[in-house]
Design a protein around this ligand. Structure first.
Ligand code: SF4
Length: 62
């Protein structure tokens, strides 16, 4: 298990390694993988847990 930091872009989108696509940051706020986030910083980010060697189902999970 590792943690990965993902920057939030100006459209409030974050690249999600689990879904393999950009998701709205609101999705992250409701995601059980979310460990930490900072929306107020100059470079807002989310930090989430990603399994190293156990890829999760890509669609419809989380
Ligand atoms: S917090 Fe959840 S939805 Fe957001 S990027 Fe991480 S795994 Fe994807």
């Amino acid at each position: 298990m590792s943690k990965a930091k993902h920057l939030i872009d100006e459209d409030a989108l974050v690249y999600c390694p689990i879904r393999g696509m950009a998701v709205d940051v609101e999705t992250c706020l409701g995601c059980r993988r979310l460990e930490e986030y900072d929306l107020d910083s100059r470079w807002p980010y989310v930090m989430c847990r990603v399994e190293d060697d156990q890829p999760e189902q890509r669609a419809g999970s989380g």
